[in-house]
Design a protein around this ligand. Structure first.
Ligand SMILES: Nc1ncnc2c1ncn2[C@@H]1O[C@H](COP(=O)(O)OP(=O)(O)OP(=O)(O)O)[C@@H](O)[C@H]1O
Length: 288
């Protein structure tokens, strides 16, 4: 018998207030050789149901921003709020998926791995078991609930990590280059799987990548960051793209345009809209 569908977190609500608000955030690390400023004055809003992507070259502070949203580091300046509440510490409303899927404890089955953080968070065993089976089914692993992680492919481990995160019913799913270590074909199928899940469930996601193509396929909004320290270069819409459009001329033009914005002539006219006709590029309030 199919597990009863667990109650969902407020995923499909439409409200004008952003779910996540990042305002003028400066993040820094204290190193042996002094302060390393990772981001400076970064602002963006993530609304419910957004697939919001942070895109930029290595060192632009993407992971650091995600850690700050996760509540693992506090900003030196600026503020981060989730549903109007200041983010001051980690919480089950923000679950991070990393690319290191080998962090799945190998002595636990797939189902036990998914149950583990729920049990740690106080969810009763029966409900955790039900939710684990439900979400493993959603990511296509219903037949593997009793398998051990070492018997799974990289893509399957990624699916377990996503099921484990969604089973926690977070308000926002934080994904830090989750598919970067996968081969190209598996990466593509994971992007497809994520898209299908999002269409079915409509969760909110903040996704970090340095791949322009992945950002266009996965995201509906993309924030472009420049490095050292990370500053907002532009914010754009990308809802018109999907894996199906990945080979199109419009997709290629968008890829090139983003590449130019990130690495090339940043003063090229922004009104040359992504994909031609709609106003995909916005001047961000704190673009430099
Ligand atoms: N724990 C740390 N201690 C000191 N400096 C750090 C630490 N973590 C990151 N940094 C520095 O902060 C800056 C931003 O790093 P971050 O990892 O957030 O960038 P990123 O855009 O995610 O890069 P990548 O794509 O390579 O992961 C870099 O200059 C980096 O060297």
């Amino acid at each position: 018998m199919e597990a009863e569908e667990p109650s969902m977190s407020p995923l499909n609500l439409v409200q004008n207030e952003p779910l996540l608000r990042v305002e003028h955030v400066t993040l820094a690390y204290k190193g042996e050789r002094g302060i390393v400023r990772a981001t400076e004055g970064v602002s963006f809003d993530v609304h419910r149901g957004d697939r919001f992507v942070l895109l930029g070259p290595s060192g632009c502070g993407k992971s650091t921003l995600l850690k700050a949203v996760g509540g693992f580091i506090a900003p030196q300046a600026g503020s981060l709020t989730l549903a109007g509440q200041a983010i001051t510490r980690p919480g089950p409303d923000r679950i991070v998926v990393f690319q290191e899927f080998d962090q799945l404890p190998p002595w636990k089955t797939v189902r036990e791995n998914v149950m583990f953080p729920m049990l740690a968070g106080g969810v009763k065993r029966k409900e955790a078991d039900q939710r684990a089976r439900h979400w493993l089914g959603k990511v296509g692993l219903a037949r593997f609930v009793d398998a051990y992680p070492h018997t799974l492919s990289g893509g399957m481990k990624a699916r377990v990590a996503i099921a484990r995160a969604l089973a926690m019913q977070p308000a926002i799913l934080l994904m830090d280059e989750p598919f970067a270590a996968l081969d190209a074909l598996t990466r593509r199928s994971m992007q497809e799987a994520l898209q299908a899940l999002w269409e079915e469930i409509g969760f909110t996601m903040l996704f970090v990548t340095h791949s322009i193509e992945e950002a266009l396929v996965v995201g509906n909004r993309i924030l472009l960051l420049s490095p050292h320290p990370g500053r907002v270069r532009a914010e754009l819409n990308s809802h018109q793209f999907s894996l199906a459009s990945a080979g199109s001329a419009e997709f290629q033009a968008a890829t090139q345009r983003i590449h130019d914005l990130l690495f090339g002539d940043v003063h090229a006219p922004l009104e040359r809209a992504l994909g031609g006709t709609d106003h995909a590029f916005d001047h961000h309030p704190n673009c430099r």
